[in-house]
Design a protein around this ligand. Structure first.
Ligand SMILES: Cc1cc2nc3c(=O)[nH]c(=O)nc-3n(C[C@H](O)[C@H](O)[C@H](O)COP(=O)(O)OP(=O)(O)OC[C@H]3O[C@@H](n4cnc5c(N)ncnc54)[C@H](O)[C@@H]3O)c2cc1C
Length: 465
């Protein structure tokens, strides 16, 4: 292996091949601290030809590769298991170009999501993908996990925002599919294989992404509701009245909010009524229109109809940001609170109240004292349905119950027509679990694709399938 490492050094420069334990450590543990592994080396190529050469050398040596972007993934997909070369894409961080008339941007895969948002803003455009880890997560990671975030309701997830890709294939060849076309019916649309593949089919090195007009106006509100049925009724009312201008509709349970109030400095509950559920609503429009008046009217109607208990309309940008901070700090607050079992699930919006009622009851009966931290993107049917350990329970004893908790949650998700991974992927976390819920036919198709593109099985082994 010394020969391989020497060759890798000659391709990317000695400074970009890390082997010292202290240098390697940040790359081989995931954000949650749940997965930890070991790598033969961390290699940090600076451009696509270097990535291709690194892949070719590893393949020739029969050494597996783990691609990594910002290492903010939540399923252990970017954590090596031992003996692989970890290819970190973060030095590929150039904005290659913006085509304002075509509403597209072409970026290197290692650009952070925040950098792409910023480049789009500088050109007077919006790149709408948005998630709490955007300062660190990369576009390559966003596409590899088909990330969602808070504006899927209006703009779609990473897959829907991508028009073209450049990918280094497992044999070291480069596929240049960087087309900025909204219509291209020339056979199989190969980019979709790599989006959501979590690095198991190749390394994404660049992407062409859709841009949008920047909203001239937004209106943001925090509303309290008595039940999740009422939250769904409020969403339906908003969509009927305000249509496509509903940009985000986020659900926050009382316990989720209380964790933020407890652990995140300067947090304040916007409403006094301590309702069991809250929703964060954002509207946006590219035209000058009185969005806040429209939102206020709908909220007033909702309170009168009993769909909402109370509501606060943000009176300033700072207040809107304070509402968003409450929502975006839930993961961080839950992490500070202690160990948890997480579920990133999706369901038809219409089945969410039934899911929460039945699953809460089943978990309370099976695991007395378990605390359910439920929040998420209700507008697109995606819940983060997490369990924090009962007060006083030992971490190991709680985590030992993960499989049994997963069974209750995932079986009910499947029964109600949902998915056990909405936006985080499968990684190592749900690799075995998915076998229970996808048909043999679907697994066979996935295995056939994997075998066709990566016959030696060297691309991120042990992840997804
Ligand atoms: C606080 C917090 C909030 C989050 N909120 C959201 C949210 O709202 N919505 C959401 O969808 N996710 C969310 N996430 C999860 C995470 O940010 C996303 O999955 C993100 O897309 C991962 O990007 P990354 O660059 O960090 O990828 P990494 O963690 O580095 O990698 C993730 C996976 O993609 C693969 N990969 C990475 N780069 C490439 C590449 N260039 N080519 C091929 N494969 C690659 C890796 O091998 C791995 O399997 C959140 C995470 C945190 C920590």
């Amino acid at each position: 292996m010394t020969a391989l490492i020497d060759s890798l050094r000659s391709v990317v420069g000695a400074a970009h091949v890390l082997t010292e334990p202290a240098d390697v450590a940040p790359f081989v543990t995931d954000w949650r601290g749940r997965y930890s592994g070991a790598a033969l080396a961390i290699v940090r190529p600076g451009n696509t030809p270097q990535v291709a050469e690194v892949v070719r050398l590893c393949t020739q040596a029969g050494v597996a590769i783990v691609p990594q972007g910002g290492n903010t993934g939540l399923c252990g997909g970017g954590t090596p298991r031992g003996g692989e070369v970890l290819v970190s894409l973060t030095r590929l961080n150039r904005v290659r170009g913006i085509d304002v008339a075509n509403n597209t941007i072409c970026v290197d895969a290692g650009c952070t999501l925040a950098a792409v948002q910023e480049a789009a803003a500088t050109a007077g455009r919006l790149f709408p993908l948005s998630l709490a880890a955007e300062g660190t997560a990369t576009i390559g990671g966003n596409l590899a996990t088909n990330a969602g975030g808070v504006q899927v309701l209006r703009y779609g997830n990473a897959r829907e925002l991508c028009l073209g890709l450049e990918v280094v294939l497992p044999d070291g060849r480069v596929w240049n599919g960087l087309r900025g076309l909204r219509k291209d019916n020339t056979g199989y649309d190969m980019k979709h294989l790599f989006i959501g593949a979590e690095g198991t089919l190749g390394l994404i090195t660049a992407a062409v992404l859709k841009l949008f007009s920047r909203p001239r106006q937004t209106a943001t509100a925090w509303a309290s509701v008595a039940t999740t049925q009422a939250a769904v009724a409020l969403l339906t009312r908003l969509r009927e009245r305000i249509g496509g201008r509903v940009t985000a509709f986020e659900l926050v349970s009382r316990l989720s909010l209380d964790l933020v109030l407890r652990h995140i400095p300067h947090s304040r509950d916007p409403l006094p009524d301590r309702s069991p559920w809250q929703v964060l609503i954002e509207l946006s429009d590219t035209m000058e229109s009185e969005l806040d008046v429209a939102l206020q009217d709908v909220l007033l109607e909702a309170v009168q109809a009993g769909d909402a208990n109370d509501a606060a309309l943000a009176q300033s940008e700072a207040q809107a940001q304070a509402f968003w901070r409450l929502r975006e700090n839930i993961s961080e607050a839950q992490k500070i609170e202690g160990i948890s079992i997480k579920h990133d699930i999706s369901l038809p919006v219409s089945r969410i109240p039934e899911f929460i009622d039945r699953c809460d009851a089943a978990l309370a009966a099976a695991f007395p004292g378990v605390r359910i931290v439920c929040f998420g993107h209700l507008g697109d049917g995606n819940l983060h349905y997490n369990q924090s350990k009962p007060a006083g329970q030992d971490n190991d004893a709680f985590i030992a119950q993960s499989d049994a908790v997963n069974r209750v949650v995932h079986d009910l998700v499947a029964e109600l027509g949902g998915s056990i991974s909405a936006e985080h992927g499968l990684g190592q976390l749900k690799r075995d679990e998915i076998l229970r819920y996808k048909s043999e036919v679907e697994m066979d198709m996935m295995r056939a694709v994997k075998k066709a593109l990566d016959p030696a099985g060297l691309m991120n082994p042990g992840k997804v399938l």
